[in-house]
Design a protein around this ligand. Structure first.
Ligand SMILES: [Zn+2]
Length: 388
């Protein structure tokens, strides 16, 4: 990480900090921005004027100050209708795309089937066609770039998918190819990391310093927001909670380890154990599952939560995937087991549903793009904000 700051990069960092603070504290007044960021009132006046001119932020009416009669100031919020990022969520057999505003709200979406082991170049063409259709529909004045959330091991710095069993890919330079096709910057990350970033940056957990997003779908992964940054590990494997061993000498996993958590908790296992077809909704499958199947899922889900808690000590664990869809039915038995098995620990675990429900994958992809291109929570020395 470069630590020195010359004037241009310090200015850029300050702009991103002000923009991010306005995102996190919608309706904030300039004097409060100065207090929170530590920048001088004159610097705040200068930066906010430029951000308003560039249509990144907008004034949002007057705020009155409780206890200070007659004192009023103008609140600031993130602007809409000018700057957009495109979002691409790649899952097994499905690709979804969307266009998102600076606050992550989706203005258009499209979805298409993906082949079982798709050709990477053809997938780029497919994504380009899907994006072209929604861009044509919305006509965004400024498209800042594309955020892509994909499963598997992703090299964030080179925007390369290193290994993705969901698509049968290895060493696919997806970011570079899509950037060439779209003529805008592309930011690529593991989808669970995008989901964690979305919850922190755009969702209900803006004040959480340590947050884990636990995705339990076809596969299983955790995105970790650790005190100001996404935690990746040295080779980008951090958060592969699905491949932690829960049954020593258990079944062989595709990853060559035995007894991986994902084997016992994935949606595929649930469907297989219930003899359910792909046409039946996962909620329906779970509702009709036998007592034995449910008991095993409750036990493994409790194990997953306890292991995440003991590894990361997060303020909150946010759920996504099939487990989130059935959480109202799973919550009580799972949390009862968690409480018994964590009775020694001083604080109870806080486990909640995703802020974005079914849209979490796409909004996570948008957060990957917005994080690096706009709000400065991706690469340490992120690219400059686009022209004002
Ligand atoms: Zn495994």
């Amino acid at each position: 990480m470069k630590q020195g700051q010359n004037i241009a990069s310090a200015h850029r960092l300050n702009q991103r900090l002000v923009l991010r603070t306005i995102l996190m504290r919608r309706g904030i007044a300039r004097q409060n921005l100065a207090q929170i960021t530590g920048l001088t009132p004159a610097t705040i006046t200068n930066i906010t004027a430029r951000l308003i001119t560039g249509k990144w932020i907008a004034e949002e009416g007057q705020i009155s100050h409780p206890g200070a009669v007659g004192r009023r100031s103008i609140g600031l919020g993130i602007a809409s209708g000018t700057h957009y990022v495109a979002a691409v969520h790649l899952q097994r057999r499905v690709v979804s795309v969307g266009l998102a505003e600076l606050d992550g709200s989706l203005v258009a979406t499209a979805v298409d089937d993906l082949e079982a082991e798709p050709d990477p170049r053809r997938t780029v063409d497919q994504v380009q066609r899907l994006l072209a259709a929604i861009i044509d529909q919305v006509q965004p004045p400024h498209l800042l770039g594309v955020g892509v959330g994909a499963s598997g091991i992703v090299d964030y710095d080179t925007a390369t998918i290193q290994i993705a069993p969901s698509y049968g890919w290895a060493n696919v330079a997806l970011g570079e190819w899509l950037a060439e096709a779209m003529k805008v910057p592309v930011v690529l990350d593991n989808n669970a990391r995008g989901m964690a970033l979305a919850e922190h940056l755009l969702g209900s957990h803006r004040d959480a310093r340590w947050l884990v997003f636990l995705y339990v779908g076809r596969g299983m992964a955790a995105g970790i927001w650790a005190d100001g940054r996404i935690y990746r590990g040295i080779h980008g494997f951090a958060g592969e909670v699905g491949h932690t061993t829960v049954v020593p000498e258990g079944d062989l996993c595709w990853c060559k380890n035995r007894g991986c958590l994902e084997i016992y908790l994935s949606e595929d296992t649930l469907r297989r154990n219930c003899g359910a077809s792909e046409q039946t909704s996962v909620t329906e499958v779970f509702r009709n599952a036998s007592t034995a199947v449910r008991r095993e899922l409750v036990h493994q889900m409790a194990t997953a939560l306890i292991n995440v808690n003991h590894n990361h000590n997060p303020e909150v664990i946010v759920l996504g995937g099939w487990v989130d869809k059935v959480w109202p039915m799973l919550r009580d038995p799972v949390m009862e087991e968690v409480a018994k098995r964590t009775a020694y620990w001083p604080r109870p675990l806080r486990v909640v549903s995703s802020s974005f429900g079914e849209n979490i994958g796409l909004i996570g992809a948008a957060a990957i793009g917005l994080g690096q291109l706009v709000y400065g929570v991706g690469k340490d020395d992120g690219e400059p904000l686009p022209s004002w």
